[in-house]
Design a protein around this ligand. Structure first.
Ligand code: UD1
Ligand code: MG
Length: 456
């Protein structure tokens, strides 16, 4: 196979790094500076897990989203500079000299940027409206699906792949290596945007939780993208050392047997980096005020969760690695599946499911939901199964055996049920460690175990 040739120019990557530093500094300075304005606009919230009632500025995700999107807009010309340098002289001539072919402007790349920005703007609008009006679930869910249509259209225009590789053990059964999911693949991608925007929002409520999830997922995506870049150093290592016969080239040190080499692949991952690096900058700046200076001085609001979630959906779809992306959402997938009985009405869902705060000991305990009516048969079966798995704690009537209470079905409450009560700072550390462990597992599954079920 040709070795990464021709290598696309990378100067925009340096600019992107510069933009990320600006994003970090802007978030660091603007978030506290604009907090007061949010309180004046009645965008404030009470910290549910503290003894004091001081109003905390809410919806600072709007400031983060504005910094992020404005910087991404300013960045648009940069990935095209190399094209302009090479072919710019031909632009001024309306008619090029005979025999000179003028390469087309990379319109598809521009379409990729513009559609991505459109989706991010939609997410900002939805998040902001949610912060102001507390939109109901049934309205919240379809909007990201509509917001993802521009992304899907660009995917379609690029003749994006809708095939999935059948795992080795299933091949004799299906009799083929590839299955074309066609429209179902588009449905899956649009649902991905709904999942990624909402899943961070429902794993929230303790200082630093939303921003730390976003930061770790963004860093995982960055690390994954870096594996595909044409590094100046040849990392070629004989893979028999890793138990495989193949040789892996540049960037494949950790990524045994992964796809590499095509210019298109490098371009896609560069695109992803251009969207992820400034996000890392914004998250780091915001994290300082939401977590590092504990207790939180500002809250992210739904806007932050929706914009970061949509940014992940954008890169996953546009850079064609949606399945790898989902692997970075393992804690969110777990939390979503566990939440389903409450989200879909099988178990009552209070307005807040955050852990219960004990002001005397400063510790958090699993919060409980009280059954005002006896739970249905289906609810009882589900809750008993979850209790057997150690995912919820039930309070049972001593005589009738009826369920009276259960702990709220969130991963934060599971941590408290399994590991015992702890303070908020410790709980967010447990969440951060879980998110990091999830990403490590994701890399092992993607680049290590994938070889067992797929041929490379
Ligand atoms: C989601 C959760 C809800 C959880 C809430 C916490 C579901 C279905 N919904 O609702 O259970 O209680 O997020 O964000 O799972 N807050 C803190 N400390 C923090 C961050 C937020 O006390 O570190 C509180 C503040 O009072 C803040 C409020 O949470 O005003 C924000 O809640 P909001 O984002 O409106 O809740 P939802 O996203 O609707
Ligand atoms: Mg929220």
């Amino acid at each position: 196979r040709p070795f990464l040739s021709p290598v696309p120019p990378l100067p925009a990557l340096h600019s992107s790094l510069g933009f990320s530093i600006i994003a970090f500094l802007a978030a660091l300075y603007l978030v506290p500076a604009l907090g007061g304005i949010m309180v004046k606009a009645n965008l404030k919230g009470r910290d549910l897990l503290k003894t004091y009632d001081t109003p905390i500025p809410e919806c600072l995700g709007l400031v983060c989203a504005s910094i992020y999107i404005l910087l991404l807009i300013l960045f648009i010309p940069f990935p095209f500079t190399s094209w302009y340098k090479e072919h710019g002289s031909n632009i001024s001539n309306s008619k090029p000299a005979e025999g000179i072919s003028v390469p087309e402007f990379p319109h598809h790349l521009l379409a990729l940027y513009l559609s991505s920005l459109l989706s991010l703007l939609m997410a900002t609008m939805l998040g902001f409206l949610d912060d102001i009006f507390d939109i109901r679930w049934r309205y919240k869910l379809p909007i990201p699906i509509i917001a993802s249509i521009p992304l899907l259209m660009v995917y379609y225009a690029e003749q994006g792949n809708t095939y999935v590789v059948v795992p080795l053990p299933l091949r004799p059964l299906l009799g083929r290596t590839l299955v074309n999911l066609g429209p179902l693949y588009y449905l899956y991608m649009s649902l991905l945007s709904t999942f990624s925007t909402n899943s961070i929002n429902i794993l929230a409520g303790i200082n630093g939780s939303e921003v730390s999830q976003a930061l770790i997922i963004a860093l995982s995506v960055v690390l994954n993208d870096l594996l595909y870049l044409p590094w100046p150093v040849d990392f070629r290592i004989p893979l028999h050392l890793l138990g495989s016969q193949k040789e892996v080239e540049v960037g494949g040190v950790w990524a045994a047997g992964m796809a590499y080499g095509s210019r298109e692949l490098v371009e896609r991952h560069l695109f992803s980096l251009y969207f992820m690096l400034p996000l890392v900058g914004v998250c780091l700046g915001f994290m300082y005020h939401n977590w590092y200076v504990y207790p939180a001085r500002v809250f992210p609001g739904d806007t932050f969760c929706y914009v970061t979630g949509m940014a992940f959906a954008v890169v996953g779809i546009q850079a064609h690695f949606s399945k790898t992306l989902l692997l970075f959402f393992l804690p969110q997938i777990f939390n979503f599946l566990l939440s389903c009985p409450q989200l879909f009405g099988l178990v009552p869902c209070p307005r807040h499911r955050v852990p219960r705060f004990d002001p005397n000991t400063n510790l958090l305990h699993p919060s409980k939901v009280l059954f005002e009516h006896p739970p249905s048969h289906a609810s009882t079966v589900v809750l008993r199964a979850l209790s057997l798995l150690g995912l919820t704690e039930l309070t049972i009537h001593p005589n009738s055996g009826q369920i009276l209470e259960c702990t709220n079905l969130t991963i934060l409450n599971v941590f408290l049920v399994r590991l015992g009560s702890m303070n908020e700072k410790k709980l967010v550390q447990v969440l951060i460690c879980t998110q990091i462990a999830g990403s490590v597992l994701a890399f092992v599954v993607r680049y290590g175990l994938a070889g067992l079920v797929y041929d490379g």
